[in-house]
Design a protein around this ligand. Structure first.
Ligand SMILES: [Zn+2]
Length: 250
């Protein structure tokens, strides 16, 4: 995203002042609100100055929950905004500390558990899961069938555990039961995510992951595919997709 020069100048001038204030412990709620507005517009978009502020926010995050949440939001945004590599190169120590702090918080089983879970996924480089993973209370995921290209809707959670063809009038039709992976079958990130959820007593999340890492049947052509493979391939950020495509050609 391109930012206008007046906005960049305002951020460059104001950001250090606001960070000084919160570091000195004189940051009122309005100062934090101003920082949120400046650094994490709508919580999703990376702005100029966000990455430079990250080490200071992480240092504050040891004692200030708002700083922890803000640092997490910046990391998640950076991973979907093709700034991820830059962030790891410029601030490896801050990222490592943030990882530790978020992991510690998850072990306290906070009400907003999925927030920290998604932040850890971003730090692990799992862009698509970080951006899209829900808590499986009423999640839907959509992928194209790799064989017939039908858009298949997957329900995982309160609406059931099925693949279906979504009809805007009739709802999800031609439902087929999903086939969850067994815990023994989980590997790679699936195993990592499941282990983390189990460690922290997040039963619904752990169960949902077994479905997400399992297989679905296409309601039209009846082919069976791994949901995670198709979902990951369809949701990589543009730059990484190009790089992966090139490495396949090479
Ligand atoms: Zn199909």
């Amino acid at each position: 995203m391109k930012w206008g020069r007046p906005y960049v100048l305002r951020t460059a001038e104001l950001l250090p002042v606001l960070l000084d204030q919160v570091e000195a412990g004189v940051g009122s709620e309005s100062v934090w609100r101003e920082l949120w507005t400046m650094l994490c517009i709508e919580g999703e978009t990376l702005v100029p100055g966000s990455l430079a502020a990250l080490p200071r926010l992480v240092a504050l995050a040891r004692s200030e929950t708002q700083a922890l949440e803000m640092a997490g939001a910046i990391v998640r945004s950076a991973m979907t905004d093709d700034q991820g590599e830059r962030m790891f190169v410029e601030s490896p120590d801050a990222i490592a500390e943030l990882r530790e702090l978020v992991d510690q918080r998850l072990q306290t089983r906070p009400a907003d558990y999925i927030w920290g879970f998604r932040t850890l996924l971003a730090i692990e480089g799992q862009f698509h899961w970080s951006a899209a993973l829900g808590d499986f209370s009423d999640d839907f995921y959509e992928v194209a069938c790799p064989h017939c290209s039908l858009n298949v809707t997957m329900a995982i959670g309160g609406y059931g555990y099925h693949s279906a063809c979504r009809d805007w009038d009739a709802g999800d039709v031609d439902r087929r039961d999903l086939r969850p992976a067994s815990v023994a079958e989980l590997d790679g990130m699936g195993r990592w995510m499941h282990n983390l959820a189990v460690r922290d007593g997040q039963d619904r999340l752990a169960e949902g992951i077994t479905y997400l890492m399992g297989c679905a049947e296409c309601p039209r052509c009846a082919s069976v595919f791994r949901i995670a493979d198709e979902y990951a391939a369809a949701n990589l950020p543009p730059l990484l997709s190009v790089r992966l495509a090139r490495s396949k050609i090479d």
